[in-house]
Ligand binder design. Sequence first.
Ligand SMILES: CC(C)(COP(=O)(O)OP(=O)(O)OC[C@H]1O[C@@H](n2cnc3c(N)ncnc32)[C@H](O)[C@@H]1OP(=O)(O)O)[C@@H](O)C(=O)NCCC(=O)NCCS
Length: 187
Amino acid sequence: MPDTRAAATALATGERTFIRPFRGEDADEFTASARESRHLHRPWLFPPDQPDAYAAYAARLADDRDRHGFLVCATFDGRIAGFINVNNIVMGAMRGGALGYGVFAHAAGRGLMSEGLGLVMGQVFGPLGLHRLEACIQPTNTASIALVRRAGFRLEGFSPDFLFIDGAWRDHERWAITSDMVPAGTS
Ligand SMILES: CC(C)(COP(=O)(O)OP(=O)(O)OC[C@H]1O[C@@H](n2cnc3c(N)ncnc32)[C@H](O)[C@@H]1OP(=O)(O)O)[C@@H](O)C(=O)NCCC(=O)NCCS
């Protein structure tokens, strides 16, 4: 049964998904899905999987001016398919942000995150007014590289020991897209 109150907060809608802000009342659904998806997320990602951690995470996304969080939901039933965050937003001469994302196991491999990322890019290059969006990805994370490649990102470079993840400094590829590269109609 679609959650009509949640759907009413949609920021953008596609054929199979819509994106909306994180809400406090999503804690149980989000954290249950995160626990069911640990095998898929690790060792790349460690989203909150307990309600108190979710509350702090959602509050930071709502309060901080340098990040925005989007839940990707299936239009069919309103269920949360995954999430896409834009972190480290810097305005001024840069107008850039960095992506973080994860799909939940029940929605993986169906193209829902690809559609959701297109909707988020519409927000990033539309209302948020950014010029550049980057995704820093460990070279062996093929599913993540496939997602951004499909969205039109280009490989800009390689940074050794770039981020501290899962107990060690990890090499990352830096993928990015600038507003001039975005297909017409996305923003
Ligand atoms: C990266 C991640 C979000 C990608 O999720 P996903 O569900 O695979 O992404 P998509 O929505 O693009 O789905 C792609 C798959 O759907 C298929 N698909 C089906 N219909 C599709 C459609 N209409 N459009 C696009 N793809 C479609 C694609 O063929 C692809 O399948 P394949 O993997 O067998 O080639 C997911 O793997 C994940 O959460 N990984 C762990 C966390 C992580 O690495 N985060 C990023 C750290 S940098």
